[in-house]
Ligand binder design. Structure first.
Ligand code: FER
Length: 291
């Protein structure tokens, strides 16, 4: 059923013009000529609990949204020994079309981050995992591909910038400047991260897309001003499974960046599917490169 839905949606995406040029696995679709960056496997155990190390805290909370007109749930990971006498950078981490503010917990971000900190491989940061479907009923119920529900993922840009970021900054001890803010996500959330992160260069220095979905805008729309992008963005990082039919969204942005000398990493995860194997790998790597 899941496979059938994805195939049906892919055909829809093509007819809507999302998929050109791209893919390669379907007859008649031009394959994007792109050189991926080197894949280096994550070390054994990167996503397994380690005895005896300091652990961060998962918090479930809520924030008021003027954009949606509701109180919205979110999940937060505070790093080990969170202490409000120091300021932390913040990573906004977004879920996919079938998920909500809890979906990322399937990827054990707390375990991945605790392990990174135990090895001194990442900066202490707060990870904010909101619900990216900014409509009153934001649950992944019924037909999640219904245009009105998908629209919620676009509306979230305002909820994020006008409501969520101010809430986080007034509730936790965070930096509030662009250089200390990152955005990344999986699939639909990857598309959101690329769309919002690159459209708001003054807000986000680090942008990551993991298996980004067809909601990802065309490269020319994402990066209309190449010089502004080069000046403000500190990291554009992507990963996608080689077996993922959504690869075209990542590949066409990588090709555009290479053509225009914009620094950009895009890794093709060998035999990778559209799943948490790739997304955990994405978080593991992206988290080490930010802040
Ligand atoms: C689509 C195919 C996949 C699409 C969205 C997705 C909006 C998202 C998948 C996911 O988040 O896992 O055509 O269109």
């Amino acid at each position: 059923m899941k496979k059938f839905c994805l195939v049906a949606l892919f055909v829809l995406a093509i007819t809507m013009g999302y998929a050109q040029p791209g893919g390669g696995m379907f007859g008649g679709m031009p394959k994007i000529d792109v050189t991926f960056d080197e894949y280096v496997a994550a070390p054994e155990g990167f996503d397994q609990e380690t005895e005896g190390i300091d652990c961060g805290t998962i918090v479930e909370t809520e924030y008021p949204s003027t954009t949606v007109g509701t109180t919205r749930k979110l999940t937060i990971y505070l790093p080990p020994n969170y202490n409000d006498t120091i300021q932390y950078p913040v990573l906004y981490l977004l879920h996919g079309i079938g998920g909500d503010h809890k979906e990322w917990m399937q990827g054990v971000p707390n375990v991945i981050m605790d392990n990174l900190y135990a090895k001194g491989l990442a900066q202490p940061m707060i990870i904010v995992m909101p619900n990216g479907r900014a409509i009153p009923n934001d649950q992944p119920e019924g037909n999640i591909y219904e245009p009105e529900k998908v629209k919620g993922f676009e509306i979230f840009e305002r909820d994020l910038i006008d409501d969520l970021i101010p809430f986080i900054q007034s509730t936790y001890s965070t930096y509030t400047d662009q250089a200390h803010r990152a955005i990344a996500g999986l699939s639909m959330g990857g598309g959101q991260s690329l769309n919002f992160g690159l459209a708001n260069l003054d807000q986000f220095a680090y942008v990551g897309g993991f298996s980004s979905a067809p909601n990802t805008k065309m490269p020319e729309q994402l990066i209309p001003d190449i010089e502004a992008m080069k000046n403000a963005n500190k990291l554009l990082w992507m990963v996608c499974g080689s077996n993922d039919m959504l690869m075209f969204s990542s590949a066409r942005l990588k090709a555009f960046c290479d053509k225009n000398d914009i620094p950009c990493t895009c890794i093709e995860y060998p035999e990778g599917e559209h799943d948490f194997v790739v997304w955990k790998y994405g978080l593991y790597n992206f988290a080490q490169l930010i802040f």
